[in-house]
Ligand binder design. Structure first.
Ligand SMILES: C[S@@+](CC[C@H](N)C(=O)[O-])C[C@H]1O[C@@H](n2cnc3c(N)ncnc32)[C@H](O)[C@@H]1O
Length: 448
């Protein structure tokens, strides 16, 4: 199977069956037996098309003179893939049109080939800039225009703007939106005390255990589980808890929402190095299995339970708890190309209720003096400052927020640009455009 067909099948599975491109693509590539070059092409085509789907849909609707809801979904996915090749790659337009028509012939029958051919030829007649101008002219607001040019739903870009404005950096919005459309570089975590950074891999700028992948297949570098693929922001979030203050031997730690276990493995290495113990919990059994796998490289026994985190932390038992809560994931759009179109504003209140419950349960589980790290890979203020404001209303001065930014600066290899939020709180927000990390949010709460 060709790279284009693999990309097309991934698009179909994502848009028809809610598949996740980042999970499906590697197996599809392996099944098709693509060589390295074709695998890279399939990835670029699938990721690029999914990321910019909103923009391409507007262009396809204009070129077809009909709403995309009136186009057969199979044909629409093929048109998206064709539009991506024509507008955003160096693939010759005639080849992109021809191949796409063949995909449609194969998947939807001969009857749709004429329409596909006509729409793509129309798209190929104008430059990407001309198309963008054309669809932007039809936009009803500046935000809709920005959403079209950067391929973000308006509600998401508004949430980003509010989060950036809360730290006085509203002017970085466009940089952030563009950063979301670029695949992140692969970073590795070298588990402290267990692995050593290979001499040929450069350190990452911030995480003291971070390394840049050499560019080949990172699986060659992660053998043994002591060097792991992990976003640099995730590394910093886990270290913010383990290094918030010196560890007293015998401390008990809990990772309350651990799946798939990236931060658990790092916490386990930290616990092992400092004489602490660690337990992990994950609601979804399959994900709890991934946590156990992630722990294989760390010679520390870690019990992994499969409970609802709201009932798991007990009362006054732990010195440190990580609540890396389920969230919208709006801070990791670079990695999950379809996520921006799938998430809905209605997801937010459901998640914030759960996030608040998990933080409250975690606080109950802390010993007096214990520390909880509340972490999300979303910068949405409702999921970050909003959740904490609710918790604070309830817990009042029984908790204090530590200066997470100072903790991160003390951990980081080089100074992080972390402006203080307007409310003067100690929370920290990382950003793809500014730090090259996912937009991780980190707050450290001490139970008094
Ligand atoms: C953001 S992820 C954690 C990522 C993980 N810490 C890592 O670094 O690999 C949140 C996890 O919480 C789990 N989860 C969802 N609801 C939960 C609940 N009520 N109790 C415990 N875990 C839950 C999800 O299945 C998901 O695996």
């Amino acid at each position: 199977m060709s790279a284009r067909r693999v990309a097309f099948e991934v698009l179909r599975a994502v848009n028809e069956s809610d598949a996740y491109a980042n999970l499906l693509l590697p197996t599809s590539i392996a099944r098709a037996g693509l060589n390295e070059q074709d695998a890279a092409l399939a990835t670029e085509l699938a990721y690029g098309t999914l990321r910019r789907q909103g923009t391409y849909d507007a262009i396809i609707a204009a070129a077809a003179n009909r709403d995309t809801s009136e186009i057969d979904p199979v044909v629409l996915d093929a048109l998206r893939l064709g539009a991506h090749q024509i507008l955003s790659t160096r693939i010759a337009s005639h080849a992109a049109v021809h191949e796409t028509v063949e995909i449609v012939r194969h998947s939807a029958g001969n009857s749709a080939t004429g329409f596909t051919n006509a729409v793509l030829r129309r798209i190929a007649r104008e430059t990407p800039g001309e198309w963008l101008e054309r669809v932007e002219r039809a936009a009803r607001s500046d935000d809709e225009r920005l959403g079209l040019s950067t391929s973000h739903p308006v509600w998401i870009l508004r949430a980003f703007r509010r989060a950036l404005a809360a730290e006085g950096r509203g002017d970085e919005l466009t940089d952030l939106l563009h950063a979301d459309n670029v695949s992140p570089r692969v970073t590795l975590a070298v588990l402290p005390g267990l692995g050593e950074r290979p001499a040929d891999l450069a350190p990452t700028p911030y995480s003291p255990i971070g390394a840049r992948s050499g560019g080949g297949d990172p699986h060659d570098e992660v053998a043994g589980g002591r060097i792991r693929v992990q976003d640099e922001g995730s590394q910093l979030a886990a270290l913010a808890l383990s290094r918030a203050e010196p560890v007293r031997p015998g401390e008990r730690w809990l990772d309350l929402c651990a799946g798939p276990g990236g931060k658990t493995a790092l916490l386990a290495a930290e616990a092992l190095a400092h004489g602490a113990t660690l337990e992990a919990n994950e609601l979804v059994p399959a994900r709890a299995g991934l946590v156990r796998r992630a722990l294989e490289g760390v010679p520390l026994p870690v019990e992994v339970s499969e409970e609802d985190g709201r009932d798991r932390a007990g009362h006054g038992e732990y010195d440190r708890i990580l609540v890396d809560a389920p969230c919208t994931g709006l801070g990791a759009l670079r990695r999950r190309p379809e996520a921006r179109w799938r998430k809905q504003p209605a997801d937010v209140p459901q998640l914030t209720a759960l996030q608040g419950d998990l933080v409250r349960a975690g606080l109950e589980g802390l010993k007096p003096g214990g520390i909880l790290a509340y972490v999300t890979c979303s910068p949405h203020l409702a999921e970050t400052a909003g959740v904490l404001a609710d918790v604070r209303r309830e817990w009042g001065d029984r908790i204090e927020e530590l200066d997470a930014r100072a903790v991160l600066q003390s951990i980081s290899r080089t100074p992080l640009d972390l402006p203080a939020p307007a409310d003067g709180s100690g929370r920290a927000q990382l950003w793809p455009h500014r730090h090259g990390t996912d937009a991780m949010f980190i707050s450290l709460l001490r139970r008094r």
